[in-house]
Design a protein around this ligand. Sequence first.
Ligand code: FE2
Length: 369
Amino acid sequence: MSTVETISETTQSVAALSLRSASEGTKAEQPESYRYAHLLPHFSPAHYPPLVPFEHVDPGSRALKHADPRAFLANASSVVELTPRLGTEVRGVSLAGLDSDGRDQLALEVARRGLMVFRDQGEFIDKGPEAYLEWGRHFGRLHVHPTSGHPKDYPQIHLVYRDANSTFNFEINDSITSTVWHSDVSYELQPPGLTTFFLLSQPTTGGDTLFTSQVSTLKKLSPSFVAFLRTLSAVHSGVEQAEFSRSGKRGGIVRREPVEHVHPLVRRHPVTGDEALYVNKQFTRRIVGLKKEESETILKFLYDHIDRSGDLQARVKWEPGTVVLWDNRVTAHSAIVDYGESKERRHGARITPQAERPIPALEGLELPQ
Ligand SMILES: [Fe+2]
């Protein structure tokens, strides 16, 4: 029996699990009454071939030539910088109404600010999965996650889900903290760029999301140390995430064999030219060419630096209708799982276009093919 068959036999869709659990609850908990029941996580037993490289043209590059690259914010009722270095909160602009030109400008602004928080986006959210795909494809080829749940028939939409009966997030259960800084699926050869995420259902309080600027974490370091970091590359691995699923957790499905890729420690954004630190505790495993202790010491120092730099971070408190966009190339983020006792549902959807293979800040840095 193949591994795939074994996994598929042990897997159920979350929709099925929810039907069973909800039938034991009150009428208000019946899944058919849940507005977004059609977007509940489904773990299909499909098996996907390896991703193939593609050429990415960043939409933000088109906005560079625009006379006013922030014109899409002209009618906003409020534009507030969340912190000096990271994040802008916008009210009064409907993402659902942005044309191609506006989306290009959005991509550039997100690249510059790292993070943008758009409030009152019910129209965008209620457009549904076909519209999510059309939106995401403007920014790049849509990533299909190898292990996560997705709405039935929409594998390009990555879901996070937790309720009183189940959790389908990648979590280390025996850790004292749920904070795990990461850049999404950095193990891919072409990791994501502009990423869109929103909640369909949220707890009354809690479940905020933390973000940090990897441009700023790099800038804090001394020039000579940064010069050394620019000469380095590191292995990013999807193996542990796949093993977590194969152990029966998070839906128990691995639809694409895990990959490892080597990326520069300092990458350059293709549009802004900004240099960003590109390591994360969740997926970076070792620095190429260094002795084990050297690699571990430098990575631990960098992870501690990212952890401690509250002055470089922003925290998004979700409101119904909030849509958040970040540039996965120049930021890192972490979920905050502080709402477990409330037993409330948190259901989120991510649209994840892939971008270019990370460009080394150091020109000519050799990376394996
Ligand atoms: Fe993430």
